[in-house]
Design a protein around this ligand. Structure first.
Ligand SMILES: Nc1ncnc2c1ncn2[C@@H]1O[C@H](COP(=O)(O)OP(=O)(O)OP(=O)(O)O)[C@@H](O)[C@H]1O
Ligand SMILES: [Mg+2]
Length: 1013
């Protein structure tokens, strides 16, 4: 026990701490942590809150409360099994696997025996819970191939037991109609090596009678639905269940929610796996069939009112299947053996008695076969009274064990025990089971009492003997008000979970074993192996009266309690959330009733009576040490001192905790919650700090690495660059050297050394030349000076370019302009460098004519019009003798020139005869036309002055083709006045233009000097 306590203690805390983290989300995982632990309302609230979230499991310390979800939940996966297996499930939420694993682990480490008690009302999920536990062990316990056989048998015994022991009831389609105690034996290494099943309280009455809406045991329907034709024929059965009296009383032989055919397959398969031989199976089904046949046997009264079997069809089938003689069986069913002194007398039964005998036989052989099936017999008759009594006993056991373990822990820790106020149901147990004074004893006494004992005399006797008991009440003893709620035959017990009213009708019958001795004898002779096994002749040899049902039950329960007392308990309390088998529905009234009847509040109170939380010093310190600077990060002194220092630092008050020898005890959950909250907060801060430190370190490392890498890359890159630069430099040096050499040898004939330079210089020169070409023909200065060796090229190019420019220019000029230019060329050959003022005249274009036709007098024009006018200009004519200036028009025609004065032609000069033309070298506008003077027709040379002397003289020389006869004189000029007479013109330069007759008789022409450019 001691060892157990220690473990339970630590389990308790582990779950608590798991609960601490989840409490806000879905209530508390452990009711011990409920602040108002005495309030049924907050208990229900917590249960409901969790149920809504599909959290069907909640702890009360080590006790597991389970609410039937009525739907498949995803919490029984292989992964979940692994999760809960053997680990220190510090923060794992409550689970049936945790209970299973804990029991297994403690067993392995402490070599103790354990039991898990699963209780709850019908349909609450007990059978399912037990299956989950088995599955957990099957999956998680170590196993070998040989052990696998054991495991399979343990698992497969379930469907067989359920087929024979479960039935549809109003409350549960698969209600277990027997109590079950399953033992699994483990080797010292923890491997399952064997199993053992005990059954209690099979509800045999169901064989012969079912309430409305309920069925007989599954196996009957399964056999009829699934059995092969041949098998049914061999058993003499009809496939239709409605043919059988024992199957139709509930009027629901077929239900859609139950699949009997697949049930049959499962059972049939399981039977062969769990080592049933074909003979065993034949015998077993023989019994099942016999029960059905028995139910159809009818009795009719003979003339004396004795029971008589008229149709012997069923009797024959039974006789065949059980291997008993027809007549013996027939006699057995209609007679009763009475022992009078040494004699045995057969007394016939009434019809009613015969029916009872038949039903009793059916129940007996089914019940015993069932017991045979589960391999141990603990026969009894299941009724509510016994079940409640059983619960009462188990509750007492629970309270005792819990209290005891609490007390022992306090003692071990040296903490003063404070008495806990709780309801001890020993008083009720005593009321039921006490020798001589208890209800069972009174019932037995009444059954054995000679004389007319009835259910009502039993009630009288109860009133007489226990009427004063505070937990007992009958109709007669009740006050006016209560009486209204009871019938005459009722008695009421105040069970710890509430009042339950029982009716005495049938109590005596149920308590008596109605199977007459002679029927037992018949069964003893059966050749059916099972029946023979169940009815031994030893039973017949003892003359002692068989124990009554209630007493048998009391004994078997005592046996069970003995077994349990020697083991370490774990508890699972199953709760049914609604009566409709519906998922998601939480019926407050129904659950509240169960919480009461399962004693959960009681249990919680016991758990919470002292301290809500306890924890080993070192574990407590380990979790919360970060809350106090003295204990963080490590406490080196004794753990207890560390804890003391810690709780003082965080401000625990004297009444909030106690220090044990190895553990700290904390009285209120709220103290713990506050500590836990502080822990969570500090943990986060601490984690953040650690994280930051760690991240910093990582980052620094990373940075250093990156820096190193960067430097390496940089070095490499610089190396590459330097190498590239060096390469470039050496290349450049080579090029420059070559260039210089080329330059030095540039004037040498082409050779490899200067080839590149020359090519470069050439291209360079050409490129530059291209950009700097002269733009006009006249631009003669612009020309890039070539290197010596390109001199010829340059000249050729210059010529070429010039020609191109000239071409371009020529192509651009008009015919008129061309003519003009030609004339200008003539002018140039005539005057250039010889006469002042020429330079200035070059830019002034020549006009076609200075006179138009209309400028000429029409009369004069009339006279000359037969010839084309090629040029006309106004002039001043100086008289040859007096040198008088006269305005005249000079008209140059095709072949002759005219000097015209108004309408008179003053002089006609044939070009052919023209001797020449003279001008001075100065800038005067005077020119002299020399004409022959041989005949008098000619008037002598003509002295003219005109503003356009260059133009006029050029035109004249050209038209008359007299370029060669043109002269430029310096100083003076001779001219012919008349044949044989000459005049002289003197040309001087002066300040102003003046023409006059000099004193020497010369014509003086004075002109200002023109600055030559
Ligand atoms: N954990 C569970 N998950 C899903 N369904 C469940 C669970 N527990 C019970 N049930 C459902 O409830 C039904 C009744 O459960 P079960 O047969 O275990 O009840 P019981 O307590 O053994 O009742 P009885 O006392 O009548 O034998 C099951 O058939 C199943 O449908
Ligand atoms: Mg069950």
């Amino acid at each position: 026990m001691k060892k157990y306590n220690r473990e339970v203690g630590s389990r308790f805390h582990i779950n608590m701490e798991g609960a601490l983290t989840a409490r806000d989300r879905v209530g508390v995982q452990d009711f011990v942590l409920l602040d108002s632990y005495t309030s049924e309302i907050s208990f229900l609230d917590n249960l409901r809150k969790r149920f809504r979230e599909n959290l069907i499991y909640t702890y009360i310390g080590t006790l597991l409360v389970s609410v039937n979800p009525y739907k498949e939940l995803d919490i029984y996966t292989h992964k979940k099994k692994e999760l809960y297996q053997g680990v220190n499930f510090f923060e794992l939420p409550p689970h049936i696997y945790a209970i299973a694993d804990n029991a297994y682990r403690v067993m392995c480490t402490e070599y103790t025996n354990h039991f898990i008690l699963i209780s709850g009302e019908s349909g609450a999920g007990k059978t399912e819970a037990s299956k989950k536990i088995l599955e957990f062990y099957a999956k998680t316990c170590q196993t070998t191939e040989q052990l696998q056989v054991v495991r399979d048998r343990l698992l497969l015994s379930n469907p067989v037991l359920e087929a024979f022991g479960n039935a549809k009831t109003l409350r549960n389609d698969n209600s277990s109609r027997f109590g079950k105690y399953m033992d699994i034996q483990f080797s010292y290494t923890g491997a399952p090596v064997g199993g053992h099943i005990l059954s209690y309280l099979l509800e045999k009455s169901r064989v012969a009678h079912q309430n409305h809406g309920e069925r007989n045991f599954h196996i009957f329907y399964q056999l009829l639905e699934g059995g092969e034709e041949e098998l049914l024929r061999w058993l003499g059965l009809d496939r239709n269940p409605l043919q059988y009296h024992y199957l139709i009383q509930g009027e629901c032989a077929k239900v859609s929610s139950i699949n009997d055919k697949s049930g049959w397959k499962t059972v049939r398969k399981a039977l062969s796996v769990i080592d049933f031989t074909d003979n065993d199976i034949d015998d077993l089904l023989g019994v099942i069939a016999s029960v059905l046949h028995l139910g159809n046997i009818q009795f009719n009264p003979d003339s004396q009112g004795h029971a008589n079997i008229t149709v012997d069809k069923e009797i024959r089938w039974i006789s065949k299947l059980l291997g008993v003689h027809v007549l013996v069986l027939q006699e057995g069913l209609t007679h009763k053996k009475i022992e009078a002194k040494a004699d045995e007398v057969l007394s016939p039964l009434s019809v009613e008695q015969a029916f009872c005998a038949r039903d009793a036989l059916a129940k007996a052989i089914y019940g015993r076969t069932f017991t045979w099936l589960v391999n141990k017999i603990n026969e009894s008759l299941a009724n509510q009274f016994c079940i409640n009594y059983c619960n009462e006993k188990l509750q007492q056991l629970l309270i005792e064990l819990t209290l005891k373990s609490e007390q022992e822990e306090y003692e071990a820790e040296g903490i003063q025990w404070e008495p806990i106020q709780y309801f001890n149901n020993k008083i009720i147990c005593d009321l039921v089971e006490q020798k001589y004074k208890g209800i069972i004893s009174i019932l037995d006494e009444e059954c054995l009492r000679p004389g007319e004992a009835t259910d009502l005399t039993f009630l009288d006797r109860l009133e007489e003997k226990v009427g004063a008991h505070p937990h007992f009440l009958t109709h007669k003893l009740a006050d006016q008000k209560t009486r209204k709620t009871m019938c005459r035959g009722d008695f009421r017990l105040l069970h710890y979970a509430g009042e339950v009213t029982y009716n005495v009708v049938g109590f005596l019958d149920k308590n008596n074993d109605l199977l007459y001795r002679n029927l037992k004898e018949v069964m003893c002779d059966s050749t059916n192996f099972i029946v023979k096994n169940c009815f031994t002749s030893n039973e017949l040899d003892t003359k002692k009266r068989p124990e009554t049902v209630a007493t048998q039950f009391r004994y078997s329960l005592m046996g069970l309690i003995d077994i349990l007392m020697s083991k370490v308990p774990s508890y699972v309390r199953c709760i049914k959330p609604n009566d409709a088998k519906q998922p998601g529905r939480f019926d407050d009234m129904l659950v509240r009733h169960q919480v009461k009847y399962l004693g959960l509040m009681e249990h919680l109170r016991v758990r919470r009576a002292g301290f809500a939380y306890r924890r080993k010093f070192d574990a407590f310190l380990k979790r919360y040490k970060l809350l106090c600077p003295d204990t963080w990060p490590n406490w080196h002194g004794p753990a207890s001192e560390g804890v003391e220092r810690l709780v003082k630092y965080i401000g625990y008050k004297q009444e909030e905790y106690k220090m044990g020898r190895t553990k700290i005890f904390i009285r209120f959950p709220k103290t713990l919650f506050a500590t836990e909250d502080a822990y969570q907060a500090s943990k986060n801060a601490l984690v953040a700090r650690l994280q930051a430190k760690y991240r910093g370190k990582i980052q620094r490392g990373e940075f250093q690495k990156q820096k190193k890498a960067a430097i390496k890359i940089e070095t490499c890159w610089r190396g590459i660059q330097a190498r590239q630069d060096a390469g470039k430099r050496s290349w450049a040096v080579k090029i420059i050297k070559k260039f210089i050499k080329g330059f030095m040898l540039r004037n040498q004939p082409a050779c490899p050394e200067n080839k590149d330079f020359l090519a470069f210089a050439r291209s360079n020169y050409l490129m530059n030349l291209r950009k700097n070409l002269p733009q006009t023909v006249l631009d003669k200065k612009t020309w890039l000076k070539p290197p010596t060796y390109l001199q010829t090229t340059s000249e050729l190019l210059q010529k070429l370019h010039k020609r191109t420019l000239v071409q371009k220019y020529c192509r651009g000029i008009s015919a008129q302009h061309k003519l003009q230019m030609q004339q200008k060329v003539v002018a140039s050959t005539l005057f250039k460098g010889k006469k002042e003022g020429y330079q200035q005249s070059v830019t002034k274009p020549f006009s076609d004519s200075r006179l138009r036709e209309q400028d000429i007098n029409p009369k004069a024009f009339q006279l000359i019009r037969h010839e084309r006018l090629r040029y006309g200009v106004p002039v001043i004519k100086y008289n040859r003798n007096g040198f008088k200036p006269r305005p005249r028009q000079l008209l140059l025609m095709q072949t002759k020139a005219y000097i015209v004065e108004e309408d008179k032609i003053k002089q006609k000069i044939e070009y052919a005869t023209l001797k020449g033309v003279s001008v001075s070298n100065l800038s005067d506008g005077v020119f002299v036309i020399h004409v022959p003077c041989e005949n008098n027709n000619q008037k002598g040379d003509v002295i003219l002055q005109c503003d356009y002397v260059f133009e006029t003289v050029t035109k004249l020389c050209t038209i008359a083709s007299k370029q060669n006869s043109f002269k430029i004189v310096q100083g003076s000029l001779k001219f012919t006045i008349q044949p044989g007479k000459e005049g002289i013109v003197d040309f001087t330069s002066g300040h102003e233009s003046q023409v006059f007759k000099g004193k020497n008789g010369h014509l003086m022409v004075m002109t200002p000097r023109v600055k030559s450019r």
